[in-house]
Write a protein that binds this ligand. Structure first.
Ligand SMILES: *Cc1c(COP(=O)(O)O)cnc(C)c1O
Length: 424
């Protein structure tokens, strides 16, 4: 079992380097990633034939490259992510394919790119089969299937059932197989990703649905994917999923299919959050300590333009303080942590529904650093330029060396491509 995260509220180091030195060197707000954590998480999943990183969780090419160098394959959900996979050194092709494009639609760029580079497609709608077949007949594809039920840690992350737009409805498989036949397309893979925050009980249900589906599609199937959704512990009381049991359920499903088909079936898992959440830390500087009636606020220079999960989902992130001086013996008090944006929802310590909560944190002052932890997944990638804030810098630490892997956006970058109307 992996070690549950370190929930101490003073953090002086990340990956063996001083937080305050990192902040001084790279400025704030900055995302810092610890490569060792990603490698550790990849190793947890080594029982699977393929670990396909869902790069949408953190698509910095240095992270994608790190996953590649440690044996992971990659999933791309857009033309942009295909470009990232290629830039990070993935070569299309291979068995199982190194890059898979998973989506519910092809936009024109994505269709052109998968055809140009011969990238394997995981089709999430019947229309995609025809669109691919028209321009590239004879390819093999995977079908992403919505088994008719779902799961997710919030309504926004539930990706199965009738309310979900994702995947091909389980009752339309025959229709999809006919469409594929029409273009000489072979259905070699089946995929179910039905939400983030999977539990084992629910998983058994998914495995059952996958088995039934594979048997109905038949012997062309050589690859099944368990999708993503592996949870991580954001809070001390959260539990990790038991990977051995998780693998065991899927492995048993795979073995039954192998027995009935008489050939090998490769078993993939497609984690995003599990690989990249815990490696990431958002370092901000406390710029004001305000007393608002009974509430103390730490107001920092990072906001939901940098990390949207709290405002979007009411997500909890561990928060710690990195004192700018060497003095680490501090009392604690209950505070609210907010960002700089002109919007009242710009609060990191909020719960679902937007209710402002307090967090017990060490006493800190202006100039101390505040570290928002477990922020490597769905952190930077959901960042925006709201309030015309430049995107943060990103730093990857490997072997106690810090590498700038994305420069902070400049004000020039911010205005790039904009223009005023010509004047007469
Ligand atoms: C988002 C996504 C994942 C990863 O989800 P996590 O909850 O981050 O593991 C995997 N597969 C697909 C198709 C996705 O869209």
């Amino acid at each position: 079992m992996p070690v549950v995260g370190d929930f101490s509220t003073i953090r002086t180091e990340i990956g063996g380097l001083s937080v305050s030195e990192l902040a001084k060197q790279f400025g704030t707000p900055t995302y810092v990633y610890d490569a060792a954590k990603i490698i550790e998480r990849l190793n947890d999943l080594s029982a699977f034939d393929a670990i396909r990183y869902a790069q949408k969780a953190n698509s910095n090419i240095a992270i994608v490259d790190l996953v590649r160098r440690h044996g992971g394959l990659v999933d791309a959900v857009s033309a942009g992510e295909i470009h990232r996979a290629l830039a990070a050194g993935y070569k299309p092709g291979g068995e199982p394919p190194a890059i898979v494009f998973t989506a519910d639609i092809f936009d024109h760029d994505a269709l052109a790119l998968v055809v140009e580079h011969d990238i394997h497609v995981n089709c999430g709608s019947p229309d995609m089969i025809n669109q691919l077949g028209e321009v590239a007949p004879g390819r093999n594809i995977t079908l992403r299937v919505n088994p008719g039920f779902g799961h997710g840690h919030s309504r926004k992350t539930n990706t199965g059932g009738e309310q979900s737009k994702h995947g091909i409805w389980h009752e339309q498989i025959d229709d999809c197989l006919r469409r594929a036949d029409q273009y000489g397309i072979g259905v070699t893979g089946l995929h179910m990703h039905i939400g983030s925050g999977t539990d084992l009980e629910h998983l058994a249900q998914v495995c059952g649905a996958m088995e039934k589906l594979a048997l109905s599609v038949g012997r062309t199937v050589t690859n099944i994917s368990a999708g993503g959704g592996l949870p991580i512990a954001y809070k001390q009381e959260d539990s990790f999923i038991d990977i051995e049991q998780y693998f065991g359920l899927w492995d048993a499903t795979r073995k039954r299919l192998e027995a009935s088909f008489g050939h090998k079936i490769s078993l993939e898992i497609e984690p995003g959050r599990y690989l990249s959440a815990e490696c990431g830390y958002l370092i901000a500087e406390i710029r004001a300590v305000k007393q608002m009636g009974g509430n103390t606020f730490y107001v920092v220079d990072a906001g939901f333009n940098n990390l949207a999960r709290p405002i979007m989902y009411g997500s909890y992130h561990p928060i710690s303080i990195a004192p700018v001086t060497g003095d680490h013996q501090r009392g604690t008090h209950d505070v609210v942590v907010g960002g700089p944006l002109c919007e009242s929802g710009d609060i990191f310590t909020q719960e679902a529904g937007g209710f402002v909560a307090k967090r017990t944190l060490p006493v800190a002052g202006v100039g101390d650093y505040l570290v928002i932890e477990c922020a490597g997944a769905y952190g930077f990638v959901m960042g925006s330029n709201y309030n015309s804030k430049p995107l943060a810098a990103e730093v990857l630490i490997q072997d106690q060396e810090a590498h700038l892997v994305r420069a902070r956006q400049t004000y020039e970058d911010l205005l790039r491509g904009e223009s005023v109307l010509p004047r007469d």
